[in-house]
Design a protein around this ligand. Structure first.
Ligand SMILES: C[S@@+](CC[C@H](N)C(=O)[O-])C[C@H]1O[C@@H](n2cnc3c(N)ncnc32)[C@H](O)[C@@H]1O
Ligand SMILES: O=C(O)C(=O)C[C@]1(C(=O)O)C=C[C@@H](O)C=C1
Length: 244
């Protein structure tokens, strides 16, 4: 995304009380910088979205980008597929995110048939889709709601349709602290201070509870996906492909 984003300094000064993390205007303003410096493999995963779409979609396909934020995954598909090849709906819960995504995609993918909608993936209407992307979004739902959402996505997919699911993950037993420590080193290497890392961790504690990769695969199997593979992992961030 070529948007010049403000540098993320949200947690850089000591806060009396750290509020729960939310995708409000302040986060939207610095989001590209925040996610690039926080999520190992973010650029690789989003750029592969277009490559994956080019492999699996046929002309006339419909795509859903759920929890689209500023539309990085959507834009990746627009860079790989011609405007007449597909239609796409990008959906996000955060109104400021939706407004900025609309403006950016109107600038950067004006020829493509994209609709950006505000909605909650737990209950918004989902059109029949040949590809669904849920990148770093399921992790923000209560763990008890995740089965039902993956079931909705399975139901919305056409036979043979593909789900691209990317998540922060909890390491398997015995591996948890290694991945967390290295992720904090990754953030430090990208210019975040110990204060920023620790205050953001507190802000995310109640609102982002990662599952193990094995839990994701068990859920995908339980909801009926015939094939599901991890195609990417970088520290405690992973991306899966699942086929109906
Ligand atoms: C880490 S960001 C996703 C990044 C994005 N997919 C990308 O690749 O750039 C998580 C997004 O999920 C959205 N979100 C959280 N809960 C949601 C829900 N229940 N329904 C729809 N969107 C949700 C947030 O507003 C936020 O924009
Ligand atoms: O796990 C963390 O510490 C993160 O900062 C991760 C994460 C994410 O995975 O979405 C959390 C919130 C922001 O959207 C950017 C990155």
């Amino acid at each position: 995304m070529t948007d010049v984003s403000r540098r993320d300094a949200i947690f850089s000064t000591p806060l009396d009380q750290v509020a729960d993390f939310s995708f409000d205007e302040r986060v939207v303003d610095c989001f590209p910088d925040m996610i690039r410096r926080s999520v190992p493999g973010y650029a690789q995963i989003t750029s592969m979205a277009g490559v994956i779409a080019a492999r699996y979609l046929s002309p006339g396909a419909h795509v859903l980008d759920l929890g689209c934020s500023l539309g990085a995954s959507t834009l990746s598909i627009c860079q790989r597929l011609a405007p007449e090849a597909f239609t796409l709906q990008a959906i996000d819960l955060s109104q400021p995110m939706v407004e900025k995504a609309r403006a950016l995609l109107a600038q950067q993918a004006s020829e493509h048939r994209i609709e950006v909608l505000q909605g909650d993936i737990r209950n918004c209407p989902l059109a029949r889709a040949d590809m669904i992307m849920v990148n770093f979004t399921l992790q923000f739902l209560d763990p008890s709601e995740r089965d039902q959402v993956i079931q909705r996505l399975y139901d919305a997919l056409t036979p043979g349709g593909v789900l691209l699911l990317s998540e922060k993950i909890l390491g398997e037993p015995g591996q948890e602290s290694l991945l967390i420590d290295l992720h904090h080193d990754f953030k430090r290497a990208n210019g975040y201070s110990d204060l920023e890392i620790s205050q953001k961790r507190t802000a995310l504690e109640e609102v982002m509870i990662p599952d193990r990769l094995s839990t994701h695969h068990e859920r995908l199997a339980r909801m009926g996906f015939t094939r599901h593979d991890t195609w990417f992992q970088y520290l405690n961030f992973a991306s899966m492909l699942a086929f109906k």
